[in-house]
Design a protein around this ligand. Structure first.
Ligand SMILES: [Zn+2]
Ligand SMILES: [Zn+2]
Length: 173
């Protein structure tokens, strides 16, 4: 058995029943634009294969960690990734809508790959309440507070500028 492969020999011989599987292995190429699973990061896989009339029904749980760059402050971000699924594998080649298998071996690598890719964060955050960078001066608001006007007050900022141009006293807030 290679990584991500499960023997279904007994299941096929009996035609009924279920087989549990549990392993951890690494997989390369798990990345979307903004986040990824490191090539050496273990991917923990647990589940059950059941002999179903039309094929093999796989109930699977996949757990690992993702790494990326926070979209608000650009610092490194990471977090847990956990996904569960139920998928019917049919004997024969893998097609656009069905995972296939040949003989007595069920290869879960494509399913694991697809599940992880779909679950990777598209907009990763270093923490849920990340305060991000100041759009004016670039200061990291998680670390320091700058003196730029808050973004929500930009309308007032425009008024302030107009008033000071006219020589009035700046608006006091
Ligand atoms: Zn952040
Ligand atoms: Zn600023």
């Amino acid at each position: 058995m290679r990584d991500f492969e499960v023997s279904i020999l007994t299941l096929r011989q009996r035609g009924v029943g279920l087989e549990r599987f549990a392993f951890a292995a690494a997989m390369a190429g798990l990345a979307v634009t903004s986040s990824r699973v490191e090539a050496a990061e273990p991917i923990v896989v647990n589940g059950v294969v059941e002999a179903a009339g039309e094929g093999m029904l796989v109930s699977i749980e996949v757990e690992t960690r993702w790494h990326g760059e926070c979209v608000r402050c650009l610092d490194p971000a990471e977090g847990p990734l956990r996904v569960t699924a139920r998928e019917l594998f049919r004997e024969g080649p893998t097609t656009d809508d069905t995972y296939g298998y040949h003989g007595d071996v069920l290869d879960l690598s494509e399913l694991v790959h697809d599940l992880v890719i779909l679950e990777l964060p598209v907009l990763p955050l270093c923490r849920v309440d990340c305060r991000g960078l100041c759009p004016s001066c670039g200061a990291n608001h998680n670390v320091e507070q700058c003196t730029c006007a808050p973004l929500s007050a930009s309308a007032f900022a425009v008024l302030d500028t107009l008033e000071s141009v006219r020589g009035d006293h700046p608006r006091v807030r």
